[in-house]
Design a protein around this ligand. Structure first.
Ligand code: SF4
Length: 253
């Protein structure tokens, strides 16, 4: 979905520039949702776009440090993960076929309910999807935040896991962070233009609620799991971008 051309080498702020894959993703997401495409399908495409952009940036070999991440290294899977509604719906559909995993989600949701991000990190609570080999049981469906997460220093991750109170900052590859952020920010903006709130929710709590609603998930039911509203997101991302071609077109219909 995101453009494979024009990948800037480096951008300073999360979502701070309307460049790279951000504008094209925004337009395509708004257009797709406006046409009635299932938001779960949209988020599947965005996940693939994040993977593709990662491969492109790494393939460009721009001299930056590369991720030290490897299968089985899962220190980062012990902190709070935030997801949007389409990501929740995608995982909930998958979990309906996997009752054992759904039970683990509910148990973790009970344990983590109400924990702020800092307390969650301090407790180093493992994600319900982490298996005994340190692998993600929903790797293909994993949230966008997990897809983007990486570290260029495995030692820093080990220290953060061992001593979360005095953890060093986890270093990341700037171009990788910026470009994958641009895809996700573009998706959030496209959702907003299409009238779908880009609010965020805690993974386990939101999934536990979604699993209680077999056919349709009323958004109000998710309120207790909400961690970030679209207004807060605007404060992080800056002012909303100018309307897309798609939203201008819709507003004249
Ligand atoms: S969903 Fe998968 S990748 Fe994300 S925190 Fe859980 S185990 Fe880790």
């Amino acid at each position: 979905m995101a453009s494979r051309r024009k990948l800037p080498v480096f951008g300073p702020v999360y979502g701070g520039e309307d460049a790279g894959p951000r504008p094209s993703t925004r337009v395509e997401v708004a257009k797709a949702l406006g046409r009635g495409v299932d938001p779960v399908t949209v988020v599947e495409h965005i996940g693939a776009a994040v993977d593709r952009v990662q491969a492109d940036v790494l393939g460009a070999a721009n001299g930056e440090p590369v991720p030290a991440c490897a299968a089985g290294c899962c220190h980062c899977c012990h902190q709070r993960v935030e997801v949007t509604v389409p990501e929740i719906a995608r995982l909930a559909r998958h979990l309906r076929e996997l009752p054992g995993l759904a039970i683990r989600v509910e148990k973790t949701a009970r344990r983590t309910r109400g924990l702020a991000s800092e307390a969650y990190r301090r407790e180093q609570i493992p994600c319900a999807f982490l298996d005994s080999r340190g692998l993600c049981a929903v790797y293909e469906q994993r949230p966008l935040g997990c897809r983007r997460a990486h570290s260029t220093d495995r030692g820093a991750c080990e220290a953060a896991h061992r001593e979360p109170a005095t953890a060093p900052e986890i270093p990341a590859a700037p171009s990788l962070s910026w470009n994958t952020s641009a895809v996700v920010v573009g998706m959030l903006e496209g959702m907003k233009h299409a009238g779908l709130a880009p609010d965020h929710y805690e993974l386990h709590h939101a999934l536990a609620i979604a699993l209680e609603h077999e056919h349709e998930l009323p958004l109000s039911a998710l309120d207790p799991a909400r961690t970030r509203t679209s207004t807060e997101l605007t404060a992080i991302l800056g002012q909303p971008s100018a309307p897309t071609r798609a939203s201008r077109h819709r507003s004249t219909q």
